[in-house]
Design a protein around this ligand. Sequence first.
Ligand SMILES: Nc1ncnc2c1ncn2[C@@H]1O[C@H](COP(=O)(O)OP(=O)(O)OP(=O)(O)O)[C@@H](O)[C@H]1O
Ligand SMILES: [Mg+2]
Length: 237
Amino acid sequence: MPDLVIEAKGLRKVYGTGATETVALDSVTFEVQRGEFVVLLGASGSGKTTLMNQIGALEGPTSGSLKVNGVELGGMDDKERTEYRRSALGFVFQLYNLVPTLTAHENVALIAEITGEHADERADRVLVAVGLGDRANHFPSQLSGGQQQRVAVARGLVKNPPLLLCDEPTGALSVEQGVVILDLLHEATSDGERTVFLVTHNPRIAEMADRVLSLTDGKIVGDRVNADPKTPAQIFG
Ligand SMILES: Nc1ncnc2c1ncn2[C@@H]1O[C@H](COP(=O)(O)OP(=O)(O)OP(=O)(O)O)[C@@H](O)[C@H]1O
Ligand SMILES: [Mg+2]
């Protein structure tokens, strides 16, 4: 695996045309190194989810270049894109995207199965870690918003992917629950091999990052390395 995980150059994304045209990303250029815990900070509508969807190859850019692990995402065919998402990525979606007909356990186990043995045991373990050991057999509709969000996080964590993309993973949680989740996400980068890219509008969460990217109106207006990242408990304790 190359040391440079993400390399964006002049990335631009325009939605719509004419009166409804929205420039969601504009001249976005940045790099992320392997093992970094990166926070992308920006207000509502600044383009955070749009950028996340680009890195996840869920949408293509209008122009510009985006490489992950040295490979240009725009140059992939459907099969390569599917394989990229399967093997290189984990997702925690802003709107959870849980499968409504599957229980919490089944939602997590489904992802665990992609990456190896003992999917049921691994799913159980991660659900306990996010505090949902007693809700494993509930369907999404039987869970609170914060519980659904923790299932979404469990799904991202159970895959243990090289690059974990998390879109507002603690937005629906209390401070205490949020600290538990942020600790788990941070731990995912502790071996220096795995990278977490976390999107938030909460500047306090950025204090735990190795690198903080700031997005305003689709533009990167800040890119700084945090010399002394804090633990979630230090920030919110
Ligand atoms: N599919 C789409 N079609 C048209 N416009 C879009 C689409 N997706 C996003 N936009 C627009 O692009 C801009 C950036 O949206 P985006 O969802 O990336 O913001 P965000 O930073 O994730 O906001 P939030 O914090 O509210 O989730 C917004 O102005 C939004 O209205
Ligand atoms: Mg968003």
